[in-house]
Design a protein around this ligand. Structure first.
Ligand SMILES: [Zn+2]
Length: 383
């Protein structure tokens, strides 16, 4: 009986289809990718994780135009990649920035022989069960604190480059993975990385990941650089209400913010920023961030020299949220040959990670404590 069916399927020559065009539309609600095809193609789709991807396998399909990767960088979709997976399977891979809900459906006009396969992503509902469980409960009732770790830079944006050729984007990812492991081993935390491989992620997408998951903490990881190769030490930045308050801070803020231009995102949020500055929630959040930053510095100083004794404040876009206490850590100076080597050492990474986790435990142990610092910290130290 089985053999009989095999014979039938061998005798069948499948029709071959073409993808003639790829279009995409982004709205505030979702993102739609449209594949225009010459017929209703059989397809299979499935998610892959770490990093998040949606894979679409189209049977007996060819592409009727020179295809290349498409960078989207919006609505949770980073890139779309195309390729021949097998001799009769054409594969489309959607690289996702965070878990999103997807819908796939055909829009067809039989009389005009027009077919569109629509792939719709929406970031409003989280597909992943684990994430749903994370956001379902109010923060204080959740069994674990949610920490989002953000490895700075990535992809076409290498960040600062050390005299030995070390790229900041690699240090930040390396360290973020170690930090995640130490948080996870503690047992009281659920941690997520904003990126877990080498790709560019716009700043506003990074903080959005923390907001979607209603994170209890957002930690952006960076390594500093200076024209003076002897400059060294770690520092912590929190968002400021006044924006950059001194020359050194301003230079640094611009350097980190410039990353957004590489992704093609214009820096035009001045009006937004002015409005946000009036927001009391933001003030409260900055105070919490300063309290957390102070605790982290107190722990880090046991294992690494500090560039600044207190958290500094600047207008970093990656920290611009009223919802999640957020700090940016500069682990040390990649421009200093000794620190460049140190930043790569596993023992160093582990000791700083342990310091951060220990400070986090202290932070959550006294959630109603008054801020340790006045609202505005005047940065007086020069680089
Ligand atoms: Zn950086």
């Amino acid at each position: 009986m089985l053999l009989f069916f095999w014979e039938i399927s061998f005798g069948f020559v499948p029709e071959s289809y073409q993808i003639t065009e790829v279009k995409h539309y982004v709205t505030s609600e979702n993102i739609q990718i449209l594949l225009e095809t010459t017929g209703k193609i059989d397809y299979q789709s499935f998610f892959l994780h770490h990093p998040e991807r949606l894979v679409l396998d189209l049977k007996n399909t060819k592409v009727g135009f020179p295809f290349q990767d498409l960078t989207i960088n919006e609505g949770g979709v980073n890139k779309i990649r195309f390729g021949n997976y097998d001799k009769d399977i054409f594969r489309v891979v959607f690289d996702l920035i965070y878990p999103v809900e997807s819908k796939i459906f055909w829009v067809e006009n039989e009389s005009e022989k027009k077919y569109q396969l629509v792939i719709e992503f929406s970031s409003k509902d989280l597909k992943n069960e684990e994430n749903r469980e994370l956001v379902a409960a109010p923060r204080e009732l959740r069994p674990k604190r949610v920490v989002v770790i953000d490895p700075g830079h990535g992809g076409e944006d290498p960040g600062a480059i050390g005299p030995g050729g070390t790229q900041e984007k690699d240090i930040t990812l390396d360290f973020a993975r170690v930090l995640k492991r130490v948080f996870d081993e503690n047992g009281n935390y659920k941690t997520l990385l904003t990126r877990n491989s080498d790709y560019f992620l716009p700043l506003k997408e990074r903080i959005k990941i923390a907001e979607i998951h209603q994170a209890d903490l957002f930690i952006s990881i960076h390594a500093d650089s200076n024209h003076n190769r002897y400059t060294r030490g770690a520092s912590i930045y929190c968002l400021s209400l006044q924006g950059a308050s001194d020359e050194a801070t301003r230079c640094l803020a611009e350097k980190e913010n410039a990353a957004d231009l590489i992704g093609g995102i214009p820096l035009s949020e001045n009006n937004d920023l002015n409005l946000t500055l009036l927001d009391l929630a933001l003030t409260e959040n900055i105070n919490q961030s300063l309290r957390y930053g102070t605790l982290v510095l107190r722990e880090i100083r046991k294992v690494q020299l500090l560039k600044f004794e207190k958290p500094k404040q600047a207008g970093f876009r990656v920290l611009k949220t009223a919802k999640v206490p957020s700090i940016l850590i500069e682990l040390g100076f990649i421009s200093n040959p000794q620190e460049e080597l140190r930043l790569k050492q596993k023992e160093f990474q582990l000791s700083v990670a342990q310091a951060i986790v220990s400070a986090s435990t202290q932070f959550f142990a006294f959630p109603r404590e008054e801020p340790l610092l006045p609202q505005s910290v005047k940065a007086t130290e020069k680089q």
